[in-house]
Ligand binder design. Structure first.
Ligand SMILES: [Zn+2]
Length: 431
């Protein structure tokens, strides 16, 4: 990694605006202006490139401890840096589960050692993700990892009393429960979205109501106990309506959408290619359009990758046996450019808000998601938005290759990522 103390980004379009020079000194932005002197700094010609605050992911599966065959904290944070991220929240469904101070501290320490990206561990809501008994939420918060986001992601906290207690508990330290909304009984044997395609293919359906009913219950619970709930990976038009209603009431509800739910539909399942198997499943074109509109108008607060690496043997099998999930860190910004910016739904300032400012605020991170201004930490992402290229998983920094975009042309390429002033990516390659 480059240890250059001073870097001058020449002519970068800050949040897509007019060209500016941005001087980085040590860990911070020293100046933003025009015609800044280079004065011994490493100069990067950023003309025509978009400068964004370093991206923040609320939903990453780093798989360590326990599934290092699919990803490690080191390989996952490398993938994050390549994708323009400077902070990720590491989900708790590891082996062992991150349900104690010891495990979250282990993940937090591995993140520090990786040096590519900040790693904020997410703590499990219940012991072993079993949904029966609250995990040590307070101890995880009080640990060195300082956990504020709790989730049983991969599983739904389906017991209403447990969910209520968790929401009440985290109020003491301004925590948030991130819910994987999936009513378990309604999704038994589910293989894909329930609809016309599932009926034609004869595959078990995962109905929209299984997501929407849990979201409806949880926004009501959060309002009832005056706590904070975050909805993971919203995937249906109906879910959008519920979140919009909850927000209109002034309740403390936030929501995320994944890049793949902004682009892909259940029509792809006709290929029986397990690369399209994901939870929640790919929905319909109408859902995709509703999700895009909701992200544009702010009903959905942020994009979160749900980066879910799986080894080849868990995906290269028949549809029914394949694991659910897709990698997403290295393609997220390109998919958002393609679906939101190139369609005119969001400008670059909007992308900065939905992929950095808001996710950082939801996770209560400090030093991330900050404005690009003098004195702020130099967590930055430089993007060549004019680039067009086919996705080639062979070149991924992630240990896994289960991308649904292989061979697809997507716009945009992260050329540089800076973590507190240090380049983690230079010219599109890990530094
Ligand atoms: Zn999930």
């Amino acid at each position: 990694m480059s240890d250059t103390n001073k870097t001058l980004l020449r002519g970068a379009q800050v949040l897509g605006g007019e060209p500016r020079d941005v001087l980085i000194e040590g860990e911070r932005i020293a100046a933003v202006g025009t015609g800044l002197g280079a004065d011994g700094a490493t100069v990067i010609d950023a003309a025509g490139q978009i400068l964004l605050p370093g991206l923040v992911d609320l939903h990453t599966h780093l798989r360590e401890p326990g599934r290092e065959d699919s990803e490690t904290v080191l390989t996952g944070t490398k993938a994050a840096a390549v994708g323009g991220f400077t902070a990720v929240h590491a989900m708790a469904n590891t082996f062992p589960v991150a349900d104690t101070a010891g495990v979250v501290e282990q993940v937090w320490r591995l993140g520090k050692e990786s040096g590519y990206c900040d790693v904020q561990p997410v703590g499990a809501v219940t012991v072993g993700l079993e949904g029966k008994k609250l995990a040590e939420l307070g101890a995880m918060h009080d640990s060195a990892a300082g956990v504020r986001v709790f989730s049983d992601d991969g599983k739904c906290v389906d017991d209403a009393v447990i969910m209520r207690r968790a929401l009440e508990y985290v109020k003491a330290f301004d925590g948030v429960i991130a819910q994987h909304a999936q009513e378990p009984r309604l999704t038994e044997g589910a293989q894909m979205n329930e609809g016309i395609v599932s009926a034609e293919l004869g595959l078990g359906g995962w109905p929209a109501v299984a997501e929407e009913s849990i979201i409806a219950r949880d926004v009501l619970l959060a309002a009832h106990v005056r706590s904070r709930v975050h909805i993971c990976h919203l995937s249906t038009a109906g879910s959008v309506e519920i979140v919009r209603w909850a927000k209109s009431k002034g309740w403390n509800v936030t929501a995320e959408v994944t890049p793949h739910h902004l682009l892909l539909t259940d029509e792809l399942v006709r290929s029986y290619n397990p690369v399209y198997k994901v939870n929640p499943p790919l929905r319909t074109e109408a859902d995709v359009m509703a999700l895009r509109e909701a992200l544009a108008d702010g009903t959905i607060d942020c994009v979160a990758t749900d980066h879910a690496p799986h080894p080849h043997e868990d995906k290269d099998c028949e549809w029914g046996a394949a694991a659910m999930g897709m990698v997403g860190l290295e393609t997220a910004l390109s998919v958002v450019q393609h679906t939101m910016v190139d369609t005119g739904l969001l400008d670059w300032a909007g992308v900065a808000d939905r992929m950095s400012t808001r996710p950082s605020a939801i996770g209560r991170l400090t030093g991330q998601g900050r404005p690009i201004a003098a004195g702020e930490p130099a967590n930055l992402t430089l993007l060549d938005s004019a680039y067009r290229g086919e996705v080639n998983p062979a070149g991924f920094a992630s240990r896994s290759r289960n991308t649904p975009y292989e061979g697809r042309e997507l716009p945009g390429r992260v050329t540089h990522t800076f973590l507190r002033g240090r380049a983690t990516v230079v010219d599109g390659k890990l530094a």
